[in-house]
Design a protein around this ligand. Structure first.
Ligand SMILES: N[C@@H](CCC(=O)N[C@@H](CS)C(=O)NCC(=O)O)C(=O)O
Length: 204
């Protein structure tokens, strides 16, 4: 396959960027990285790339792709079809997409919001975010009993999409102490080949 110039816009502490980096590493797809903190994201140049002003953005050759989960779906379908990260079989595919929705819903508005409020004073209600996170973690702990991975009996995009913000939950004041199955699942993801951790922040 011809070499493609591939660039990821992200920040090291963004869980949305981290999930894309994990997949790029696990698929052994080379990429360069451009750090895009808030000041860059609000620039006219960046807003031409993503009018929502959000990271991650992936430039893959001529293609501009926004949204972490959309980028991951593209990468698997384009570069690793049949690899198991995103199965074609309808029931298995639905099981993976369910967790992509949870990553964009409960994970984003629970765990990620709590971390944003605690660490950077970003907008959000800590009580509401903590309640959303708690409900999700209780569900996940039960769901993961007897399972190694979230959607199937092998790692899929479901695991990468949900991993980063759940692993860093304590940085948003959300303890994982009561969720042993969730912690065991995090360890499974961390044991995958080419795993790279996201830098930690103080537990507040
Ligand atoms: N749905 C998007 C959400 C991405 C997102 O919220 N990114 C944050 C950084 S972690 C961001 O760029 N926030 C700036 C903003 O929304 O203005 C995705 O999955 O990529």
């Amino acid at each position: 396959m011809k070499d493609i110039q591939r660039t990821l816009y992200g920040t090291p502490l963004s869980g949305h960027s981290h999930r894309v980096e994990l997949l790029l590493l696990m698929l052994a797809l080379p990429y360069s990285y451009i750090e895009a903190p808030a000041r860059v994201r609000s620039s006219a140049e960046f807003l031409r790339i993503n009018p929502l002003g959000q990271i991650p953005v992936l430039i893959d050759g001529e293609l501009i792709l926004c949204d972490s989960n959309a980028i991951m779906v593209y990468l698997v379908k384009q570069y690793a079809p049949g690899s198991g990260w995103l199965p074609e079989e309808p029931v298995a595919a639905a099981q993976v997409y369910r967790w992509l929705s949870i990553a964009a819903g409960e994970v984003r508005y629970g765990l990620a919001t709590a971390r944003g409020v605690k660490q950077w004073g970003l907008p959000g209600d800590l009580n509401i975010a903590s309640a959303i996170a708690g409900k999700l973690l209780r569900f996940m702990d039960g769901h993961l009993t007897g399972r190694r991975f979230l959607a199937l009996d092998q790692p899929t995009l479901a695991d990468l999409a949900c991993y980063s913000y759940i692993a860093h939950a304590p940085e948003g004041g959300i303890s994982l102490a009561e969720y042993p199955q969730v912690r065991a699942w995090l360890a499974e993801v961390e044991a995958l080949p080419h795993f790279k951790s996201m830098p930690g922040l103080p537990v507040l």
